[in-house]
Ligand binder design. Structure first.
Ligand SMILES: *Cc1c(COP(=O)(O)O)cnc(C)c1O
Length: 385
């Protein structure tokens, strides 16, 4: 029995909705299912304006255009993240200033951001790693103090929340100026490839529609607000076909069920690995008190790169595919020309070397989680003696 790292979950309604989209006669962007998805997100999470895109990468690129990020600007982002988080800004000519992660969590260390701010800084890009909220109160305070944009990379953060010190709870993606979600097949809610930009500052809403539609005011035209449409701004084709949206809508209708199952599996891993953490053989995810757990990912942190490599190999021999994650971007030879770090980023480097992600998907069986935890236990105990 092979246990893959990920298995896309299908609710069974996807092909039915795709057929409906096809039968509707409009399969380009912004058809009936795209509108249903927009409504879903705006109602459930109170997002001001939700616009589906072809990927989270595209949503981030849209955000960089909307924010008028220009050559010479500086953007602060964690080094421990996916390339798209920063690529979107590099494409606009910005320089990335890499910030370290927190000691016990891959998220950007909000206490280290202020020292990186210069008169060229335009934006902060918090990435909610594993769906756990960054310290948004501190980040938003800095943004206000220095008049910066905040663009949440919420690729992994669907259905997760942040609680302010005042007690107010906000869905991730609703806090920054813009935010970007992913529906890639490795995420909780999927459409193969897919994404969404959230525009929380209504002043940008009209321009967002234009940039997403090749720099034209076609969306306003379809609503009857202008009598012809033309070229009014820069832009690209960021909107998905309604076929993709139909797939996504089937997933959204089942969001509660998908999330419940993932949370059960996550907790199952967690409970069984507590003894290993107590024995000092690994670290379990630390969820900040202001964050919720959307069970996007179950990861463990090993004591060394060598232990991690050995464990990956041990699991692989038993047909379990566990995978490490990001290589610190400030160490990338390619990115060194586009970004810089003002110091060593030891926490980012530690997660690069020691973090290991376990299989987590809807159809994973509880028995498989137990099997995997037994393998981890056997391996780590054998190395101890
Ligand atoms: C998955 C992911 C992305 C990219 O999403 P796509 O939809 O594949 O473009 C960006 N940032 C983070 C943190 C991600 O996990």
């Amino acid at each position: 029995m092979k246990i893959p790292f990920n298995k896309p979950y299908l609710t069974g309604e996807e092909t039915k909705y795709i057929q409906e989209a096809v039968a509707s006669g409009k399969i380009s962007g912004d058809g009936i299912f795209t509108k249903k998805c927009h409504d879903f997100f705006q109602k459930r999470y109170g997002f001001k304006k939700a616009l589906l895109t072809t990927s989270c990468t595209d949503a981030l690129e849209m955000a960089a255009i909307l924010g008028n990020i220009s050559p010479g600007d500086e953007v602060i982002a964690p080094s421990y993240t996916f390339v798209s988080t920063v690529n979107a800004f590099v494409l606009r000519g910005a320089k990335i200033i890499f910030c370290d992660s927190e000691v016990d969590h891959p998220n950007i260390d909000a206490n280290k951001i202020e020292a990186l701010i210069t008169e060229k800084t335009r934006a902060i890009i918090p990435v909610h790693y594993a769906g756990f909220a960054c310290d948004m109160h501190k980040i938003m305070q800095l943004a206000e103090k220095y008049n910066l944009l905040v663009i949440e990379d919420a690729a992994q953060a669907i259905d997760s929340y942040y609680t302010y010190p005042s007690g107010e709870t906000m869905p991730l993606g609703s806090i920054g100026t813009f935010s970007a979600f992913s529906f890639h097949e490795t995420k909780n809610i999927i459409s193969g490839e897919g994404g969404m930009i959230i525009v929380n500052d209504e002043r940008f809403a009209g321009r967002a529609e234009i940039i997403r539609e090749k720099g034209t005011n076609r969306s306003a035209f379809f609503r009857g607000e202008v009598d012809k449409y033309g070229w009014v701004d820069i832009g690209s084709s960021f909107l998905p076909s309604d076929i993709i949206s139909a797939f996504l809508y089937a997933q959204l209708e089942n969001l509660e069920r998908i999330q419940d199952r993932r949370r059960i599996l996550w907790q199952h891993y967690h409970n069984q690995l507590i003894p290993l953490e107590k024995a000092g053989l690994l670290e379990l995810p630390k969820i900040p008190t202001y964050a919720t757990n959307n069970a996007h990912m179950f990861y463990i942190i090993l004591n060394s790169l060598e232990t991690r490599s050995g464990l990956i190999e041990h699991l692989r021999k038993h047909d379990v595919l566990a995978v490490f994650h990001y290589l610190s971007l400030h160490k990338s030879e390619f990115y060194s020309g586009f970004g810089e770090s003002h110091s060593e980023l030891p926490n980012s480097d530690r997660f690069t070397d020691c973090l290991l992600r376990m299989p987590l998907y809807y159809s994973l069986e509880s028995g498989s989680v137990e099997y995997i935890c037994d393998l981890i236990t056997t391996y780590l105990k054998s190395r101890e003696s």
